[in-house]
Design a protein around this ligand. Structure first.
Ligand code: R5P
Length: 323
């Protein structure tokens, strides 16, 4: 049924997140649109839709995980294709936004690539975007189109609450994550502690723990795990400070290089993450203690509300009560 003049929902998936898109499609009861996505011998990507989207409310789901630049380019080409096929509105659904860590000029002569990516998404023709746990909230300001920046932390919090850990503490993986860790702790009615981390390029070291973790179950929280260096250092430091068990909760399992192997060898109780990025089978089998929570209910709920012009904010009121 057409609502607000944008036609019906049409849903497409990039190749970066096909299982997540299929789950979203089942929940919305909207089949994934047929299309050809071809990478030619010269590495140029080509997209062709199998049916008309004229006047429709189009959603393209594509995560920008590895291969990052191919997936990003594919997203842009999909948006352009939908726009040129006269979709009524195009929404880019990006469960994980790459380059989000390049969000400021913190040294001379460096780019702000997150801004560039936001510009490219807009120039390609997106009317709206939906994304999950941006590395920094300020990145929303790089877009001048409306968007919904969602968080999967309530999902992670609900899962951890079920465990009824009696003596637990939430630990921010670094000071940049302090506020979000505090919100997560408040959600679970737990105290919070912070790790002081120093980073030089891709290498980081965990220096001290601020707060009491002795004889407690420590729940480390972070937005993403890339090389795994932050977690490896944090876990070691928490045991040095007397934690009895360690859980790791994060939204985006980037897991570059040998991160899965490193995490698989950590002396921890459980890793809890989401399917904002699909973990390839060869990495997944290295992670026996991992639990993956699906963000499909969240994304499909938001897509429905965006389509129907209903409030998205009211889905999150209890969690968003703190600033
Ligand atoms: C950094 O500010 C982020 O919140 C994560 O802590 C970081 O992306 C993790 O990277 P890695 O796993 O390479 O230490």
């Amino acid at each position: 049924m057409a609502i607000f003049g944008y036609g019906d929902i049409v849903l497409y998936s990039g190749r970066g997140c096909q299982s997540l898109s299929s789950e979203i499609s089942s929940r919305l009861m909207v089949p994934l649109g047929g299309c050809d996505v071809i990478k030619f011998a010269n590495e140029n990507i080509f997209v062709r839709l199998h049916s008309s989207v004229r006047g429709q409310d189009a959603f393209i789901v594509q995560t920008t995980s590895s291969p990052v630049n191919d997936n990003l380019m594919e997203l842009l080409i999909f948006i352009d294709t939908l726009k040129r096929a006269s979709a009524g509105r195009v929404t880019a659904v990006i469960p994980y936004l790459a380059y989000a860590r390049s969000d400021k000029k913190d040294q001379p002569r460096v780019p702000i690539t997150a801004r560039l990516v936001a510009d490219m998404i807009q120039v390609a023709g997106a009317d709206r975007y939906i994304t999950l746990d941006l590395h920094a909230g300020q990145i929303q300001g790089f877009f001048s189109i409306p968007g919904d920046t969602l968080t999967a932390f309530p999902l992670l919090a609900d899962y951890m609450r079920e465990k009824n850990l009696d003596e637990a503490v939430v630990v921010a993986a670094d000071l940049g994550f302090a506020k979000k860790a505090r919100n997560f702790a408040m959600e679970l009615s737990l105290p919070v502690a912070f790790i002081e981390k120093r980073r030089t390029g891709e290498f980081s070291s965990a220096l001290t723990v601020i707060g009491d973790v002795k004889d407690k179950d420590a729940i480390i929280v972070d937005d993403e795990v890339n090389t795994g260096g932050t977690l490896v250092n944090a876990v070691q430091l928490l045991y040095d400070y007397g934690a009895r068990n360690v859980y790791c909760c994060f939204v985006h399992p980037v897991l570059s290089g040998n991160a899965a192997e490193r995490l698989g060898q950590l002396p921890i109780t459980e890793i809890v993450t989401t399917n904002s990025i699909e973990i390839p089978h060869e990495k997944f089998k290295l992670l026996p203690k991992i639990t993956i929570l699906s963000v499909a209910p969240l994304l499909s709920g938001v897509i429905n509300r965006v389509h129907e012009g209903r409030s998205v904010g009211e889905m999150f009121k209890p969690y968003h009560g703190y600033s």
